[in-house]
Design a protein. Structure first.
Length: 184
């Protein structure tokens, strides 16, 4: 009799303890680092030597300015969209950034994007991972509605694990509640 009571107690207490311990482990996400290289500097054109002659007069001619090529992948990698506390709703400024990103992706069909969801350090790890995923997903859905194919958009949540700034004040928390873009 004592043996069956003991076995019942172990099953009632031990099994839930093991399940709770195993299910509450911290999720670790590993990603590859992306290295961006600067474009090669343009080389000067080679000019053949000419016979000596009188130089031609310069009549107000100047070399036309050539604009530096746009590097949207750097712009979007450095630009985050931010969220209100405990929210994954897109603000008007966030929608404007996403609209520019959608335009860039529509004109560059070979580019893919990973959208990273981040949170401030308030809340549990599991809650922040889920909230970070909802933030990344809301950006993905918005881009999809603007014509960017889902196969080109990946999402990942880091929760509170990768803060941009440290601090225990509203300014730091607001900067860490974000979605960030990695252009692939």
């Amino acid at each position: 009799m004592k043996r069956s009571v003991w076995l019942a107690m172990v099953l009632l207490v031990g099994v839930p303890f093991v399940l709770l311990t195993v299910s509450c482990t911290k999720n670790v996400v590993q990603t590859e680092s992306v290295t961006m290289t600067e474009p090669e500097a343009p080389t000067e054109p080679v000019v053949a030597p000419q016979e000596e002659s009188e130089p031609l007069p310069v009549l107000g001619y100047s070399e036309p300015e050539v604009p530096e090529p746009s590097r949207p992948e750097i712009e979007f990698s450095d630009e985050n969209i931010h969220f209100a506390f405990d929210s994954y709703n897109l603000s008007e400024p966030a929608q404007q950034v996403l609209s520019r990103l959608a335009e860039y992706l529509r004109t560059n069909p070979d580019i893919t994007v990973t959208i990273e969801g981040h949170c401030d350090d308030r809340g549990t790890d599991d809650y922040n991972l889920a909230l970070g995923e909802r933030r990344a997903e809301s950006a993905r859905v918005f881009l999809g509605n603007l014509g960017v194919g889902n196969q080109r958009l990946n999402t990942i949540s880091y929760g509170e694990e990768r803060p941009v700034v440290t601090g225990q004040n509203e300014s730091a928390w607001a900067r860490n509640r974000r979605a960030q873009f990695v252009i692939n």
